[in-house]
Ligand binder design. Structure first.
Ligand code: MSP
Length: 509
């Protein structure tokens, strides 16, 4: 029976256009989703937008728009971006949709009836930019510890979620499910935070008008984070589609940035415990990108537009760079210089050369047709072993979401295949041993064919192009996983040599 796999990105705020940080998370989810589909899993890959709250209302009013008009515009831009970057999400949820409002209201009422949400009074320091309340002791000179904006003192009637009640259960859950929080180095901070004691969480606002009304007390709107987290339930049919919900819930992975890890590993699990439904299997907190060593921000004017970068270097080179440059989970630094270095070394030289050298030799020596392989020698066996061993290696890395290691393993094979060309020297064999030449060329083409499956989740367009050059008629997307087994390349297939896929970029920045 096919397995299911439910993976989510955070839902993005609609106050502004998206940048490479947002694209990073979404591309990573896309890679994993594509890989799982290839394995035959039934995948639900969700992304979307977080549209309520003061920050959005303010951004809209600055543009002279209503919040919804502004959100509509940003959503259409976000969708264009995902299309451009070849993101293969199955659903795009907006928190302003009816299906979501209904789910949030239903859940709020349920928790209220259960006594896990109660009415009280809130007094605290609020940062509108981060939509978060802080204690006075958390502020830094009256400013938000996250974004540095001035915090406002607020006192208001509020509903509270009994987060404190779940302290013990959360700690037990963390202890019993060591895989829940990843990478594991992020875990200690969360455990200590919970151990330090949890205060009940204010989950409604009277001052914020742009939000989902509390159904039984309409002068309140639901706190945006509560509203936002529930998107993961809405989209898999919590309220409206029992069959879908039972199939996909719990989520397999929530992929989020490190600064919102806490919301996903503490508040969200406590809410789910209160709702008496299972917890997501894994929350992964990825790192942050800086740009040329600096934090990305509008005020610094260094926000990197993913559309521009992918137009300049190609969508796949952009995807490759983000996934390869840093161990997934760590912070990284973006610069054109680093991108060009990677592009030239890994794509133009390593992969590009393997492809163009192999195809050129096939054109030149064996009339552009896949030859018949003969007996295997030591170097052939080694190459074939490397290719065959790839599956087991990448599966382990995917399990831990070590996406840069997946690429590392693929590129080891590519590198090895380039050395195989040097070792076997087909240009000499052409004169001395035709049969051996044919075996070597077959092995090169077959290596390329098999690794194309592994490249596909990261660089879908490139995979498609390599596939065509290898003379394959069926689309690579339609291939079953068995097709990645060694030896399925048919002799006689006509290949198509062409221009380099990744022409070298002048490194003079
Ligand atoms: N709306 C909330 C998420 C709610 S999920 C129930 C939110 N939105 S966001 O638009 O501000 O950010 C979304 C994601 O983008 C976060 O995971 C965040 O880590 C990521 N990034 C924003 N800037 C980033 C970098 N500079 N680098 C990497 N990722 C970054 O938070």
């Amino acid at each position: 029976m096919a397995k299911k796999f439910y993976i989510t990105t955070p839902i993005f705020y609609v106050n502004d256009l998206l940048h490479i940080g947002h694209a990073y998370c979404t591309i990573a989810c896309d890679v994993v989703a594509r890989f799982k589909r290839w394995l035959g899993d039934e995948v639900l890959f969700l992304t979307g937008t977080d549209e309520h709250g003061q920050k959005i209302a303010q951004a809209a009013s600055l543009k002279g728009k209503t919040p919804l008009e502004w959100a509509d515009y940003i959503v259409s831009e976000d969708k264009k971006l995902w299309e451009k970057l070849n993101i293969s999400h199955d659903d795009f949820i907006r928190t302003t949709e009816e299906r979501h409002k209904r789910t949030v209201q239903e859940i709020f009422t349920k928790l209220y009836q259960k006594g896990d949400i109660y009415k009280g009074e809130y007094e605290g320091w609020y940062c509108t930019s981060c939509e978060t309340f802080y204690l006075e002791s958390q502020l830094e000179g009256g400013r938000c510890p996250e974004c540095g904006k001035v915090a406002e003192k607020l006192k208001e009637e509020s509903y509270f979620f009994k987060l404190s009640k779940y302290q013990k259960r959360l700690l037990n859950y963390f202890a019993e499910n060591p895989e829940f929080m990843q990478p594991s180095f992020r875990k200690a901070e969360m455990v200590n935070f919970v151990k330090g004691g949890l205060r009940d969480l204010s989950v409604s606002r009277t001052a914020v008008k742009w939000g989902i009304p509390v159904p039984f007390d309409e002068k309140h709107t639901v706190y945006v984070w509560l509203d936002a987290l529930i998107n993961y339930l809405t989209a898999c049919g919590y309220l409206e589609d029992k069959v879908k919900f039972e199939k996909f819930w719990p989520a397999d992975v929530h992929l989020v940035g490190k600064e919102i890890f806490k919301f996903h590993t503490i508040i969200w699990p406590a809410m789910l415990m209160a709702l008496e439904i299972p917890l997501p299997k894994k929350v992964f907190g990825h790192g942050w990108w800086t740009v040329e060593g600096e934090k990305m921000s509008k005020s610094r004017g260094n926000v990197v537009d993913p559309v521009k970068v992918s137009e300049e270097f190609g969508v796949d080179a952009f995807r490759y760079f983000l996934m390869r440059e840093v161990p997934f989970g760590q912070d990284g630094d973006f610069s054109k210089k680093a991108l060009i270095r990677r592009y030239n070394a890994d794509l133009a030289n390593n992969l590009g050369n393997l492809l163009s050298r192999s195809l050129t030799m096939v054109e030149k020596y064996v009339e552009g047709r896949v030859p018949e392989p003969g007996g295997e020698e030591k170097e052939d066996k080694e190459l074939i072993q490397k290719v065959k061993g790839l599956f087991e290696r990448v599966i382990k890395y995917y399990d831990k979401l070590e996406l840069n290691s997946v690429l590392g393993a693929i590129w080891e094979v590519i590198d090895y295949a380039n050395r195989y060309i040097e070792r076997t020297a087909p240009w000499k064999l052409e004169k001395t041993d035709r049969k051996r030449l044919e075996t070597v060329l077959y092995n090169l083409l077959e290596t390329l064919r098999v690794i194309t499956f592994y490249i596909l989740p990261f660089m879908p367009q490139t995979a498609e192009k390599i596939w065509e050059r290898l003379g394959m008629e069926e689309k690579i997307y339609n291939q079953k996983i068995e097709e990645a087994q060694w030896g399925r390349l048919k002799s006689g297939t006509k290949i198509k040599a062409g221009k380099p896929l990744f022409p070298r970029i002048k490194d003079d920045l």
